[in-house]
Design a protein around this ligand. Structure first.
Ligand SMILES: [Zn+2]
Length: 174
């Protein structure tokens, strides 16, 4: 199982790491909402010049807002942890662009999810399929800013990072 490999890796890590106690408050007062894409790991942070302790990073499939969970985390970052600016950062070539809903549905059925349960939701919306990475960032910024629990003065930017070069493009300057 994958967990066995991870636990072995962890033993090696702990043996070679001295350990350091850091604070949980974000030193740059920055909150980032971005994608769960594997290519962003250890890539987005250096591309932005941020290190451990610097920012709160919320990741999900396609940096979209479906339901309340992203808002909840942004609210915690802002009201409880002192974040002053929020950045929604999408990326080029996102896997959630035109996510194959038929494939997801058949995989769910194959794994035993009752079809009547799947049919209760608009699967494309529920899974957060997006049509365009840039429009999606702009929509996510809008949803955060317009949420009744997010105060008017909270600054929310929207950006896209090039998944190959790491270059940032500003779409919305909050
Ligand atoms: Zn993505």
């Amino acid at each position: 199982m994958i967990i066995d490999k991870v636990l072995e890796n962890n033993q090696n890590f702990v043996e070679n790491f001295e350990g350091e106690e850091l604070g949980h408050l974000p030193k740059m007062n920055l909150c980032i909402v971005t994608c769960m894409d594997t290519r962003l790991t250890n890539f987005l942070e250096p591309a932005l010049g941020i290190d451990r302790e610097d920012a709160k990073i919320i990741r999900n499939a396609g940096n979209t807002i479906v339901g309340e969970d992203v808002i909840r985390s942004v609210a915690a970052a802002v009201y409880s942890l002192g974040c002053e600016e929020v950045m929604v950062i999408g990326h080029t070539n996102c896997g959630m662009k035109n996510a194959n809903v038929d494939k997801i549905k058949s995989s769910m059925i194959e794994k035993g999810v009752p079809e009547e349960e799947i049919n209760k939701v608009d699967l494309s919306k529920w899974i957060g399929s997006i049509e365009d990475e840039e429009i999606n960032v702009i929509e996510t910024v809008k949803k955060i800013k317009e949420h009744p629990l997010i105060a008017d003065g909270i600054i929310v930017h929207g950006l896209i990072v090039d998944i190959v070069t790491g270059e940032l493009k500003v779409l919305v300057k909050g």
